[in-house]
Each structure stands twice: as structure tokens, then as C-alpha cells.
Design a protein around this ligand. Structure first.
Ligand code: GLV
Ligand code: GLV
Length: 324
């Protein structure tokens, strides 16, 4: 079988695939669309990245494709309905990056609350001339209110991390989360109330038609002037222009962002705003998570080749009508 991998990923992936013909786009940038279209023409499996846009047009160029193993937990870059219609299995990489992403959300939250990015730039610029009673004051965390938007795997893990800080936890989700209610006495609330009442807000929703710009100007304006917002999910869940306006106007205390609405582009205005910490989409970027993600992708491809249902399939409906 032929497997096309759109970027070099940890060896764990290819080690498992030695019985097959594996081709890799070995560059330091995403594969150009026209080249990917050429490459998947005779591929049986594709290991794709979140920066590859796999839509119906792309899938029409892949008559033999049986499985897309997306090297990410989010799969908004794949038109799953179009894949299902064509009998193509789609898988993602859940669980193995939950800790890494929740930990990065905490890192961004601390960094934004305590102005670490700003302070680092200041110190490196040689501007530190000694301890100052008013120097870089930030927001304390202990016993504050933490608002979780999206209480799935990552949101839950992130919230559980608040135990060491005795925080009051609110969450917004379509479903009740008993773990959070039992372990943290968390309260399920609507999004407007969550934004209004939280000192720290962390976003953990997948990007879908329904969650795009869920946090628009109207919602963001509900936040406290001392609040900090963190996003490690997908940029477009927040209206980026509205967030910029609110930060510029000093309507919230800060933001910690790992994701952007128009990746790989990033709004230039952010560079002019001191109280935003900007990470380069590294939520899952630990050695542990990335290795395990590679194994999951390879495992999913092999399962589909063997006619077995991969546990991390995202379009179960396809199974009975999948391509032979
Ligand atoms: C990263 O953003 C992922 O979805 O895995
Ligand atoms: C600060 O460094 C302090 O000792 O309070």
C-alpha cells in the first residue's frame, strides 16, 4: 500500500509502516496544494497536518484513498462529510496530547497573568534597573474564578489543574461534566455568565460552524477589566479582530494565545500589544505527545488496511461503506 505523509513527523510513525511504501514531503513548510493533489493521486493512505486543507476538491484527486490520519486532535482542516461520502475513513489523535495542551494553557495563563512575555522583553532590552514596587504588577490566581469554555478532554484536564490554587470553577459545555462537578464543585453555566463572572477564561472547543466566532465582540465585552483569556484550541473560535480591539482598549487585563484565526498568518496588531502572550501553535509540542501522535496515526492507517475499526475514527458512519 502507498502512504503519503505531508511532513516529517517522529520516526515512530514510519517505523510501524515498513511493510508499505511510505513517501514523505520532507520540507520545513507545508506542502503546496498542487503538489499534494499530485501526490495523493495514487495514495491509499494520507497522514496529514492541521495546515493541510483537505476538501472535496482534494479528495476528488484521490481515487484510491482509504484513510486520512490527521496528525492533530482538531480536524477542522478536513471536510469530514466529503470524506464520508467518498468512503474515506478519517482519524485524529485524541488523548495523547491532552496533558501537553492543558499544560500549555496553564503556561499561557500564568504568563499573561504575571506579564512574563512583557517582562522578558523588558529585561532583555536592558531596561531592568532593580526591583520596583510598581514594576509589572499582574493578576493573582489563587481563589479566583476560572471559566472553562469547552469541558471535553483538554478542558477537563486543564480545569483539574486548578486544584492547587483553590479556584472556583465555572464551565460552559453542551453536556454536563460530572468529573468537574464532583472533583471541583464546578458549576455548568451559560457562556454569557461565564464571561461576566470569570477572572480567567480558557477556551477548549473544537472549531465547527457552531463555534466559529462564538466569542465575538458582544461576548468578549462581558469580561472583567482584570480578566485574562487563554486560547489553545482554534483561533477562529474567538473573533480575532474583536479580541484585538478589546485588548487595545484595555478592556481586559491580558490574553495568552497559541492559535490564530488566519494561521499561518497572524494579525500584525498583536505585535503592538504588550499584554498578549503569543505562542506559535505548540499546544501538543512535547516529545511525549508528538511521538504518541505519530504512533496513533500509523496505527490507524494499519488498522484500516487490516479491515479493523481504528479506535480514533471521527466518522464512524463511513465504516460500512468504506472503500475496499
Ligand atoms: C493541534 O492544534 C491539534 O489539533 O492537535
Ligand atoms: C521580593 O523580592 C521580596 O523579597 O519581597
Amino acid at each position: 500500500m502507498k502512504i503519503y505523509v505531508t511532513r516529517r513527523i517522529p520516526e515512530a510513525a514510519t517505523e510501524f509502516l515498513t511493510d508499505h511504501e511510505v513517501q514523505i514531503y520532507d520540507a520545513n513548510h507545508p506542502i503546496p496544494r498542487s503538489l499534494l493533489r499530485e501526490k495523493i493521486a495514487d495514495a491509499d493512505a494520507l497522514i496529514s497536518l492541521l495546515s493541510d486543507w483537505i476538501d472535496a476538491e482534494m479528495l476528488d484527486a484521490a481515487p484510491k484513498l482509504k484513510v486520512i490520519a490527521n496528525y492533530a486532535v482538531g480536524y477542522d482542516n478536513v471536510d469530514v462529510d466529503a470524506a464520508t461520502k467518498r468512503g474515506i475513513v478519517v482519524t485524529n489523535t485524541p488523548d495523547v496530547l491532552t496533558d501537553a495542551t492543558a499544560e500549555l494553557a496553564w503556561a499561557l495563563m500564568f504568563a499573561a497573568a504575571r506579564r512574563i512575555g512583557e517582562g522578558e522583553r523588558f529585561t532583555r532590552a536592558g531596561e531592568f534597573n532593580g526591583w520596583g514596587p510598581q514594576l509589572m504588577l499582574g493578576q493573582g490566581i489563587r481563589e479566583k474564578t476560572l471559566g472553562i469554555i469547552g469541558a471535553g478532554r483538554i478542558g477537563t484536564r486543564f480545569a483539574l489543574g486548578s486544584r492547587g490554587f483553590d479556584m472556583k470553577v465555572l464551565y460552559y459545555d453542551s453536556e454536563r461534566n460530572e468529573t468537574l462537578e464532583q472533583e471541583l464543585n464546578a458549576k455548568k453555566v451559560d457562556i454569557s455568565y461565564l464571561l461576566h463572572a470569570s477572572d480567567f477564561v480558557s477556551v477548549h472547543l473544537p472549531l465547527t460552524k457552531d463555534t466559529k466566532h462564538l466569542l465575538d465582540a458582544h461576548q468578549l465585552f462581558r469580561m472583567k477589566p482584570t480578566a485574562v483569556i487563554v486560547n489553545t484550541s482554534r483561533g477562529a473560535v474567538i473573533d480575532e479582530k474583536a479580541l484585538i480591539a478589546i485588548l487595545k482598549a484595555g478592556k481586559i487585563a491580558g490574553a495568552g494565545l497559541d492559535v490564530y484565526e488566519w494561521e499561518p498568518d497572524i494579525s500584525r496588531e498583536f505585535f503592538e500589544i504588550d499584554n498578549v502572550v503569543l505562542a506559535p501553535h505548540i499546544g501538543s509540542a512535547t516529545y511525549q505527545a508528538r511521538g504518541a501522535m505519530a504512533e496513533l496515526c500509523a496505527g490507524a492507517v494499519l488498522k484500516v488496511f487490516a479491515g479493523e475499526l481504528p479506535p480514533n475514527i471521527v466518522n464512524r458512519d463511513v465504516w460500512v461503506n468504506r472503500r475496499p
